[in-house]
Design a protein around this ligand. Sequence first.
Ligand SMILES: *Cc1c(COP(=O)(O)O)cnc(C)c1O
Length: 340
Amino acid sequence: MRLIDLRSDTVTRPSEGMRQAMLHAELGDDVFGEDPTVNLLEERMAAMFGHEAALFCPSGTMTNQIAINVHTRPGDEVLCEEGAHVYRYEGGGMMANSGCSVKHLPADRGRFTSESVIAAVNDRSAAYLANSRLVVVENTVNRGGGAIWDHAGVARIRKMCDAHGLLLHLDGARIFNAMAVDGIAPTEWGKHFHSISVCLSKGLGAPVGSVLIGSSAFIHQARRVRKRFGGGMRQAGVLAAAGLFALEHNIKRLTEDHARARRIGEALSGKAWCAHVMPVDTNIVIYDLTHDAKSHVEKLAAYGIRCFAIGPRQVRMVTHLDVDDASMEQVINALESISS
Ligand SMILES: *Cc1c(COP(=O)(O)O)cnc(C)c1O
C-alpha cells in the first residue's frame, strides 16, 4: 500500500530535474545582491506580473508579513476575510510584527465585494477610529475550498481602494491555480495590486520559497524588513533555481491537479456520511461530515490516505504534483470502502 498525502500541496518532494537545477545553480551572496539565480528569479517574477521589482523569501508567511509591515504603521487597520491566511495562520503576525488591528469582511467562500470594503472603511476625520489602511485578497482562497476570485470584482475593489486611500495586497499563494482555470494573464492580476505574494512551494512543487512583487520603492523597503525579520539568505540561488525550474515545468500541469480534485469531489458527493462538499474549483476539496472528522481521518489513514481535519466535522484534501492517477485509484477505492 502506498502512502498518499493529501494534507497539503506543500508536501511535494523536488523532482529529479528540479534537484539537478538546484545542484548546478550559479550562486553568490544574496544579502549583497550578488546571487545571479535569485536575481533572475526576482526579475522574471516581477516582469511576469507587470511590476518593477521582486524579493525572494523563505516562506509565504514572510512575504505576507513583510508586505503588511511595509504598507502599514502601528495602529492601522487591515481589512480581510475571517479565514484569511494572513489573519488565521501566521501566528498572529500582523498584530505582533506590525501592531495592526483587523476588521473582518463578510464573504462568500473568502471572497468579498467592493461594497463590503466601502462599508468597512473607517471615517478618517474621526480621530478615535483606527486608520483603515490595507485590504488583503487571497486567491485562490484556502479556507474557501480553493475558490477563485472574479477578476472584474477585484478591479472594482481596487477602484474603491484608490478612492478611499487604501492599499491592496494579494496573498497569491495559489494564484497560478486560479490562472490555470480563468486564463487571466498575470499582468492583468498584477495591475490591481500594490503588492503580490506568490508561493513556489505549493502547487508549483519547489521545496522552499515565496516571492514578493511590487514597485521598486516598495521592494527597497521590503528588503530591509526581510533582513529585520531574519529572512536574508546567502547562497539562496540553490532554492531560487528550484523556483525557476517550477515556473518552467510545473505551471501547465496544474490543471491535472484540478481534474483529480474534481474526481475526489464527485466521489464524495454521493456518500451518505458526507453532508456537503464545497464546489471544487481548483486543487482543494473541503467537505463536511455527518459525524466527527477525527475518526474519518483515522479510517482513511488505514487505507494509506492522509488528509486534514480542519474543523470538528470538516476535512480538507489537496491534490498536487506527487498525486498521480494510480494514487487516485487508491483514494477513490478508500472512499468507496469506508462507511463513515
Ligand atoms: C501556504 C499559504 C501561505 C504561505 O505559507 P508558508 O507555509 O508560510 O509558505 C500564504 N497564504 C496562503 C493562502 C497559503 O495557503
